[in-house]
Ligand binder design. Structure first.
Ligand SMILES: Nc1nc2c(c(=O)[nH]1)N(C=O)[C@@H](CNc1ccc(C(=O)N[C@@H](CCC(=O)O)C(=O)O)cc1)CN2
Ligand SMILES: Nc1nc2c(ncn2[C@@H]2O[C@H](COP(=O)(O)OP(=O)(O)OP(=O)(O)O)[C@@H](O)[C@H]2O)c(=O)[nH]1
Ligand SMILES: [Mg+2]
Length: 491
């Protein structure tokens, strides 16, 4: 089967190892079984499509070595290929015609990324070459890997847990150094280690409770409710520490949504252009220039940011401008942070107040623009209630001060860039921990209300299930499926 036919056939390749749990046919639609057949040897390009210096094609599974040996002819006289050694040679097809001059390596199980036998072919980076190599191996019995299947196999074979597998994708997608660092820490198992500690503590607590269920007749004194409660409270406290960092983690990972708000002509679009370093939005001295919402992604000192420029907010009879104002107000709610611009050379007026009203409930930084025109402006309440920074968007004055103020307000100054830091940034992990916390809280109220140990044990088992979702011990197949489908082919 050719590479493209194999891609088309991908869906037909999901099956489980256990025949008892074959995918069922429900309403004529196949349910994807996630457990892959690790008897099969998978193949995929490990490098992105297109031209490059090199491309790497990777195989994993029991036939990797046999398939490599069939088509790879090492230079020199090597009776056998040593594991983990890169060899120079030629790749030839079944008829013996040359496909490419390559380097190849065989890595024997279990010291490999997937814990299976892995072979890699480092060929010239041309799409046609890669295509021919894939065709060659697929014709010989290898199957094209699903997106994420190498990492999935590493997970199924127990080399990494689910949080580490997710970190592989996050590492690849990271666009800022901090996001990269946080993902790398997670890949190294630092989050998993903490999760395992929580797990251990809940297991210990459960053992205490269950011992009393099992040995009811024997004369051992039951654990004191306040002792049980205290243990649960300690675990909750630790979980809360991790939960508390989620917002910062999420911002580092997903980027910060920053809305530029303010009445017309305060310089919102000028600030967008200034931060972007290019003239993206139209700037003009006439009020009401921006009508549509303009969104751009950029890095502010390594912080990924989605910057949203909106129509200046004011009362207006122009229907197009009214629509712009409506959209601007609507956007305000979805932002992590609002930069509300006012003029340095003018006391805030009714239109400024209107703009403030539209984003009062948001985290807000007052940006006093055009400081080149006037060095200071006297602010009274409500304006004096907000953190503020003076800048000039047009002349790029104090932009560093602005970025610092943004980081401060987002809670990202210091801490976050410590290389040791473990940060919660996946919503899935956050939700599992919230769930674990509420199970523990239920346990505590149960203890206090004098519930029986059987019931209390149930709460603790629910806690363990919630914690296990993070490392993948208790994660349902559909969730695994969703996680691994985020991966690219070949990872
Ligand atoms: N050429 C190449 N480079 C690569 C990878 C790869 O698969 N091939 N990787 C793929 O993502 C990453 C490296 N990650 C890896 C992680 C674990 C193992 C591995 O073999 N682990 C074994 C122990 C290794 C040993 O002791 O020598 C294990 O954990 O059991 C290999 C690569 C990035 N660079
Ligand atoms: N002196 C001075 N002028 C500025 C500064 N920033 C912006 N301006 C000027 O203010 C005018 C309005 O700027 P814009 O960026 O279009 O303002 P806006 O808030 O996007 O306006 P609307 O899109 O109409 O809501 C332009 O003439 C800019 O050149 C500044 O820091 N100093
Ligand atoms: Mg504008």
């Amino acid at each position: 089967m050719s590479y493209s036919a194999a891609v088309a056939d991908q869906d037909a390749r999901y099956y489980r190892t256990d025949p008892g749990t074959r995918p069922s046919e429900e309403n004529g639609c196949r349910v994807k079984g996630l457990i892959v057949n690790t008897e099969k040897t998978i193949i995929a390009p490990a490098t992105p499509p297109g031209e490059g210096g090199l491309a790497v094609v990777r195989l994993s599974g029991p036939s990797s070595e046999e398939l490599l040996r069939r088509f790879f002819k090492p230079s020199g006289k090597f009776p056998s290929l040593d594991s983990h050694r890169l060899y120079h040679g030629h790749l030839v097809d079944a008829n013996g015609s040359l496909i490419d001059e390559v380097m190849a390596v065989i890595m024997r199980s279990p010291r490999t990324f997937t814990r299976e036998d892995v072979a890699e072919i480092h060929c010239h980076g041309g799409p046609l070459i890669v295509q021919q190599i894939l065709d060659l191996f697929i014709d010989a019995g290898a199957i094209l890997a699903q997106p994420g299947e190498f990492t999935l196999r590493a997970f199924l074979n127990g080399r990494i847990d689910l949080a580490q597998a997710e970190a592989v994708a996050d590492l690849i997608h990271a666009r800022s150094v901090s996001a990269q660092r946080v993902a790398l820490n997670q890949l190294q198992g630092k989050l998993s280690q903490i999760i395992r500690i929580y797990h251990r503590q809940v297991v210990d607590l459960l053992a205490l409770v269950e011992a009393h269920i099992d040995f009811l007749e024997e004369d051992i004194s039951p654990p004191q409710p306040d002792v049980l409660c205290r243990s649960a409270e300690d675990i909750i406290e630790a979980i809360e520490d991790l939960i508390a960092g989620f917002n910062s983690g999420r911002m580092i990972h997903d980027g910060l949504r920053i809305l530029l708000a303010g009445k017309p002509n305060v310089g919102k679009s000028s600030l967008l252009n200034c931060l972007l370093g290019e003239s993206r939005a139209i700037v003009s001295p006439s009020a009401g220039t921006t009508r549509d919402i303009i969104e751009e992604s950029l890095l502010l000192h390594d912080l990924p940011v989605r910057l949203i420029d909106t129509a200046g907010i004011r009362h207006t009879d122009d229907s197009v401008e009214q629509e712009g104002v409506r959209r601007a107000r609507e956007k305000a709610g979805s932002a992590d942070l609002v930069l509300l611009l006012i003029n340095a050379d003018q006391h805030p007026d009714q239109d400024d107040l209107l703009a403030l009203d539209s984003c009062r409930d948001q985290k807000l930084l007052l940006v006093i623009n055009k400081q080149d025109l006037s060095p200071s402006v006297q602010l009274s309440s409500p304006w004096s209630d907000y953190p503020r920074v003076f800048i000039s968007a047009k002349y790029r004055q104090n932009i560093d001060g602005l970025i610092e103020a943004v980081r401060d307000l987002a809670g990202l100054s210091g801490g976050a860039d410590s290389s040791e830091s473990v940060m919660l940034y996946e919503r899935r992990h956050y939700q599992s921990l919230l769930q674990a916390k509420s199970c523990l809280q239920r346990f505590i109220s149960g203890c206090r209300a004098g519930f029986g140990f059987e019931l209390l044990a149930l709460d603790l088992r629910d806690t363990l299930r919630a914690i296990g979702l993070i490392t993948g011990e208790t994660t349902p197949d559909q969730v695994l499926d969703r996680i691994f489908s985020r991966f690219c082919i070949g990872k």
